[in-house]
Write a protein that binds this ligand. Structure first.
Ligand SMILES: C[S@@+](CC[C@H](N)C(=O)[O-])C[C@H]1O[C@@H](n2cnc3c(N)ncnc32)[C@H](O)[C@@H]1O
Length: 236
């Protein structure tokens, strides 16, 4: 098992319970493909750290089936007990290391095809070979129209101290007054260059047809800004 998989296997992000919520940017991005989720089958890879909040939202919006896979059994149990206590038969989590193709295949049923497969903050914990193998293998679970959507952190920017005085900084001056610096201390995330990631996905027969960038300061003083990329893909 990789260092990244070990890191997540037994991790409990208790503190996150206070702010787990569905991601509006994800739903906004998908609104050009789905007018509703009735009869749709949705699969999230690595749902755990956000307590499956997006899967729960897809379920609330009428999806036929919402399946989440995560390496961490604790997150999976938590989602399943939520589903049981709210009587949500079509929301289900499974413990699975998605980088392990055998595990993936024994967890998913190849008779069942998905309309949407997505991940948020997962790919940075998988090496290139695993990203490739996982996507090659996912083709079994796709319909012709399936949308694949990945959110991945792209870079971290730290505001230069001299610029810190400007209380009303706009995005342009923020970008001009910052330098790249990674905020991933004590976390084994390995951020692939987006171009490289798109290249790998292209080699798996997937084409990028839409993308989005979002930035969020990780602190409440706009000093440490993380840039995220959303990639929307389909099979060629
Ligand atoms: C940074 S968290 C992101 C969680 C959530 N998707 C969100 O948006 O907040 C990464 C998630 O991926 C899961 N994960 C990491 N490596 C994995 C692997 N190889 N297989 C399955 N899940 C994995 C972790 O357990 C964790 O729940």
């Amino acid at each position: 098992m990789t260092e990244q998989a070990e890191f997540w296997k037994n991790r409990h992000l208790e503190h996150k319970l206070s702010y787990s919520c569905p991601n509006p940017t994800l739903f906004r991005m998908l609104s050009s493909d789905f007018t509703n989720y009735n009869d749709k089958n949705v699969l999230e890879l690595g749902f755990g750290g956000n307590d499956g909040a997006d899967l729960i939202e897809f379920n609330r919006r009428g999806a036929n089936l919402c399946i989440g896979l995560d390496i961490n059994e604790y997150y999976v149990d938590r989602l399943n007990s939520y589903a049981r206590s709210h009587n949500l038969m079509n929301l289900q989590g499974f413990t699975c290391n998605v980088a392990n193709i055998k595990e993936l295949d024994s967890t998913l049923n190849s008779e069942r095809k998905y309309d949407l497969i997505f991940s948020q903050g997962l790919l940075c914990y998988l090496d290139k070979a695993s990203i490739k193998a996982m996507h090659m293998n996912l083709s079994k679970y796709l319909k012709e129209s399936t949308i694949i959507c990945h959110l991945t952190p792209e870079e971290d920017l730290i505001l230069e101290e001299s610029a810190n005085q400007d209380k009303f900084m706009n995005l342009t001056s923020l970008l001009n007054s910052s330098r790249k610096e990674s905020f991933w201390e004590n976390n084994p995330a390995d951020i692939l260059e987006t171009k490289q990631l798109i290249q790998i996905l292209d080699e798996c027969g997937m084409e990028l047809f839409e993308q989005k960038i979002s930035c969020e300061s990780l602190d409440n003083r706009c000093e440490r800004v993380r840039v995220y990329r959303y990639l929307k893909l389909r099979f060629k």
